[in-house]
Design a protein around this ligand. Structure first.
Ligand code: ADP
Length: 358
């Protein structure tokens, strides 16, 4: 196939060049011969010809044309081979690279330079390889992360169960409850993973409607008020009355609840969480400000990454799996909005969500 393309190009070039040369040579020889014959007959008739001169002259013409045709064909063959090589070698190179990629060698790259279409094709191939490589990397880390997340609760469950089966432990309600909590954690993890996969799917769609952002926020604030009262954390809302934006009500609700519950989770008793809703230029801005434990600067860049938790042991107790903010960010970005998180340890955290208004 590789040789095939080169051979086909070479044969095509050689065929065209030799064909043109042969046709013109044959036409020249036939015409010259015909006219010399005609001329000789006429010259004989009038008795003023010189047969030897005429023959030599004809031979000279025909031979020079033959020689130039032969040299021309040789030259065109050589040139065709060079040109065919030049045209086909980048294609053959790309084909080899594509084959290596298909064989799993995703680090293979084409080394084509320039700005012509073939170089662009090479660049596209490299881009494709990069995308495949990052997807592959993502898949690998995702699998490793999920396995890691599953391992701890399963190990805890297994040791608890074993101890109870072997009679080392009495199955007291407290111990059963701790097993139940581990199962719940697994259930949440599976649910969150499902959501994450759903959002990454190409057919993920938002059901956008013009909604009153302030009303959505107030609805969810009221729904979570009991949890705040139970932990004795003050919940305060400050909202401009009506800010309209095209949003998916359920998804934005999910975003608000998630951020609000984080604020509650990481704010100690006696603390305060404030939700502000305002319009700033062409954006609806929702700010959730807590007076909680805050996040270290070194952790901030990773906070939206899946499975990222600042303190794994602490979050084993609080039940977080580090997927919440990843889902929140994806949802906000699906609305063409932005989410920022600023935090000072010991002072608190502010999450700012900006959504474009109509
Ligand atoms: P989780 O489900 O563990 O809460 P998230 O993705 O929602 O996961 O959050 C990731 C991590 O960010 C949390 O484990 C926590 O350490 C930190 N975090 C999130 N929100 C806050 C906050 N308001 N105050 C302090 N830390 C926070």
């Amino acid at each position: 196939m590789m040789r095939g393309l080169y051979a086909r190009f070479a044969i095509a070039f050689i065929g065209i060049a030799s064909g043109v040369l042969l046709i013109s040579t044959i036409a020249f020889i036939v015409e010259t011969h015909y006219h010399f014959n005609l001329y000789q007959h006429q010259a004989m008739d009038s008795g003023m010809g010189s047969a030897a001169f005429d023959n030599h002259f004809e031979q000279a013409l025909v031979q020079s044309v033959l020689w130039s045709a032969i040299l021309g064909i040789v030259f065109s063959i050589l040139l065709s081979l060079v040109v065919a090589k030049k045209v086909t070698s980048p294609l053959i190179h790309m084909k080899r690279i594509a084959e290596r990629m298909a064989g799993g060698e995703l680090t293979a790259r084409t080394a084509l330079k320039g700005t012509d279409e073939l170089s662009q094709l090479g660049a596209s191939l490299n881009y494709l390889a990069e995308q495949l490589q990052s997807q592959e990397q993502l898949r690998k880390t995702m699998t490793a992360d999920v396995a890691h997340e599953l391992r701890t609760p399963l190990a805890t469950l297994k040791s608890h169960m074993e101890a109870m089966i072997e009679g080392v432990w009495e199955p007291t309600p407290k111990r059963l409850e701790s097993c139940y909590e581990e199962i719940e954690r697994l259930r949440y993890l599976v649910g969150d993973l499902e959501q994450l996969t759903e959002m990454e799917a190409p057919h993920f769609k938002l059901f956008l409607n013009i909604e009153n952002i302030s009303a959505i926020v107030e609805h969810h604030v009221e729904a979570s008020r009991a949890a705040f009262e139970q932990k004795e954390v003050i919940l305060h809302v400050q909202s401009e009355p009506s800010i309209q934006a095209a949003v998916d009500k359920l998804r934005i609700g999910q975003v608000i609840v998630n951020v609000l519950m984080n604020a509650l989770k990481f704010t100690p008793q006696g603390g305060k969480v404030t939700i502000e809703v305002a319009r700033e230029e062409r954006m609806a801005v929702i700010r959730i400000i807590d007076t909680g434990i805050g996040i270290l600067d070194q952790d901030l860049p990773f906070i939206f990454e899946r499975f990222y938790r600042v303190d794994k042991s602490r979050d084993r107790k609080t039940g977080g799996n580090g997927i919440g903010l990843t889902i929140v960010k994806r949802l906000v970005e699906a609305h063409k909005g932005t989410i920022d998180l600023t935090s000072t340890v010991g002072e608190g955290t502010t999450v700012t969500i900006r959504l474009p208004v109509q």
